[in-house]
Design a protein around this ligand. Sequence first.
Ligand code: C2E
Ligand code: MG
Ligand code: MG
Ligand code: MG
Length: 281
Amino acid sequence: IAKEQGKNNFQWNRAGKNEQVFAHMELENDLRKALDLRQFVVYYQPQINIQTGLVFGVEALVRWLHPERGLVSPGQFIPLAEETGLIAQISEWVLREACRQARQWQVEKSQYFKVSVNLSSSQFQQINLVDKVRDILRETGLHPQYLDLEITESIAMHNIDYVVSKLTQLEHLGVHISIDDFGTGFSSLSYLKKFPIHTLKIDRSFIQDITTDPDDASIVTAIRSMARSLNLDVVVEGVETIEQLEFLRTIECDKVQGFYYCKPVPAREFERLVVAGTLKI
Ligand code: C2E
Ligand code: MG
Ligand code: MG
Ligand code: MG
């Protein structure tokens, strides 16, 4: 019986492999059409200052509303979008939509907070990136001080002079620059003094066990104190529990983002949470 099962298993796996390849191709085809079909949605996750309890920003996180698969998370399609070169158009759409929405909240509700948009490293390599950002700000009417661009440490592995020049141009536009997933890259810390950046977002992998693992607690404490002496802001990602929050409070990490406060939600849901008083601006 075991042998029989093993054999079936083997056949099933092979079928599974073909199916995977097929599903991948199908997904790629669907992704090509998704922009035209308006299947992308931007979710917003609030960032909270725990001293004041107020929302000081939101991170724009894209989702793909697939007609059959339902809500597809960026982890599942961003790599595919990078592979196929579709990332540029999708990212531009997200940037425009996030700026438009942020401006709408300002105009219609007098709610002012910054919106953070993730830049992929291939997007960062685009020569017209700065023009694109300037155009989108102009077009949507969002003042640059309310836009925060999140880049990962991995861009620091590329041509440093190029990166410094791009970031400097972005800074001259007046936008904010954050390093996302800080602490997970392999790059040298020397970029911290070369790049005109404002914020370090500490990766959530350091927060998960922060109350039980002294190493994680030390790392986060060290990043906090380094950031302070370099005059950088810190935002802590992935805060899920009151215990994590209390620890962060003791080391004066005041700016947090995580499920403890709120998951990423559609714009209308964000508005409802504000009206209900669950989120305060
Ligand atoms: P990220 O920029 O580091 O975004 C934070 C991710 O952590 C989000 O996942 C968010 O839902 C999740 N998260 C936030 N708080 C918690 C928490 O308390 N617990 C846990 N377990 N997770 C939490 P999401 O939305 O699935 O996005 C994953 C990644 O996809 C993002 O990581 C970002 O790198 C990328 N991404 C998302 N939207 C875009 C986009 O528009 N453009 C580009 N280039 N990348 C994007
Ligand atoms: Mg991010
Ligand atoms: Mg992150
Ligand atoms: Mg990430």
